[in-house]
Design a protein around this ligand. Structure first.
Ligand SMILES: [Zn+2]
Length: 390
């Protein structure tokens, strides 16, 4: 097996090694060195990125599509294209995310995700995120209200059978119907339960957390308003040391002031930067079909054509990292952590991915000083830019 040496400024969980090197072997990180001297490893290829950032591959646990492709279309080829877009953003693991829809449509999307996850794609499909249909009608955001429903015992059995061992993150409104009562069963099935699209009060959200929910879907978007006498689910999530919170950091979904509130209240080891990107990500401005609805992309904003409601983003995760660096003044290792190690930990994968550490999967993103992607490596193999002829 060929060894590969990557040189550059290494972003480790707690510090930067300037002009260091990584040795990748058999798809894993074999060695990390400070020495500016490249070791004598006969036969090893050297990829020299001195002057650039060498980061762990990013992890996005919430995205619906890109480049005209949409997870809900249930197409394996579409997922392949979405994976290529992720690699171009420095993302090496992601959770394709479904929308509120009839159960049959969700199941069809699950089947496609399972098939795509077994393929050799340029970015790993590490699991699936089911966003709905068990959300709050009052906080539906851009979710289609026609298909919003409360969890039924049969639904859960059907979904558990369809998902099998695929790692599952599910967004629910715990206060709707009997949804809260199903959290322990979901946790028992190995799912990560996320509160989101929810009108939960502070107490209701705390009951969901006590029942096993430990994730919060795009904090501040589609939540009950923050009030100083009823802080709602937002207050419960901000108060919890255990719950991971997603943030869409495109500068449109959440004001930088509230990004700072969440980041500094919860710390970088509980914040997951996500894109929530739609099929319009990577496409020019225009009107696009989106399930039964239409979306309008203008600049960095995507809105439902009919109601003008914000509908996901066209954010690239590396740009989300760049924004948070600017808004918080935190160090690069701290901000990269929110887009790699912390989201990996939120779904239980932090032992194998999410940081440049010996023995972990060799998923690496190389960024320039403006956080644009220069190269991406998956399991020690270069996947972006694609080589000519491939
Ligand atoms: Zn979403």
């Amino acid at each position: 097996m060929t060894e590969l040496i990557i040189r550059g400024n290494l972003i480790l969980p707690d510090r930067v090694i300037e002009n260091g090197w990584l040795l990748l072997k058999a798809g894993l990180v074999e060695e990390i060195r400070e020495a500016s001297q490249v070791p004598d490893r006969p036969g090893a290829e050297v990829h020299d990125y001195r002057g650039h950032w060498v980061s762990p591959g990013l992890v996005d646990v919430h995205l619906h599509g890109a480049l005209g492709e949409e997870v809900m279309d249930g197409r394996v080829d579409g997922l392949r294209k979405i994976a290529a877009h992720q690699a171009a953003c420095g993302v090496t693991a992601f959770f394709p995310t479904t929308l509120t829809a009839p159960l049959e449509t969700v199941i069809r999307a699950i089947e496609a995700v399972k098939e795509a996850a077994s393929l050799d794609l340029p970015s790993t499909i590490a699991g699936i995120h089911l966003e709905g249909p068990y959300v709050s009608l009052k906080r539906k955001g851009a979710q289609d209200p026609k298909y919003v429903r409360e969890i039924q015992p049969d639904d859960l059995r059907t979904l558990i059978a369809a998902l099998g061992p695929l790692k599952t993150l599910i967004t629910i409104a715990p206060e709707a119907g009997q949804n809260l009562d199903y959290i322990p069963r979901m946790v028992e099935a190995g799912w990560t339960v996320s509160i989101g699209h929810s009108d939960a009060t502070y107490d209701e959200a705390n009951r969901a957390i006590a029942a096993g929910a430990n994730h919060a879907t795009h904090l501040f978007n589609a939540w009950r308003e923050f009030h100083h006498r009823e802080p709602g689910g937002l207050g419960a999530v901000l108060d919890s040391d255990r719950v991971f919170a997603e943030l869409i950091t495109d500068g449109i979904h959440v004001h930088p002031s509230f990004v700072r509130l969440a980041v500094f209240r919860k710390s970088p080891d509980r914040i997951c930067l996500v894109t929530d990107s739609l099929k319009a990500a990577g496409l020019p401005d225009g009107v696009y079909d989106w399930g039964d609805l239409q979306i309008v992309l203008k600049g960095a904003e995507v809105r439902l054509k009919d109601s003008g409601v914000l509908a996901g983003s066209v954010l690239h995760l590396n740009h989300g990292v760049r924004n948070v660096l600017k808004w918080t003044g935190l160090s690069l290792p701290q901000v990269i952590r929110m887009a790699s190690l912390t989201p990996a930990e939120s779904v239980g994968f932090d032992r194998v991915m999410g940081s440049l550490e010996r023995g972990k999967i060799a998923n690496v993103a190389v960024f320039d000083s403006n956080l644009e992607t220069v190269a991406t490596y998956l399991k020690g193999k270069k996947v972006f830019p694609e080589r000519e002829g491939e």
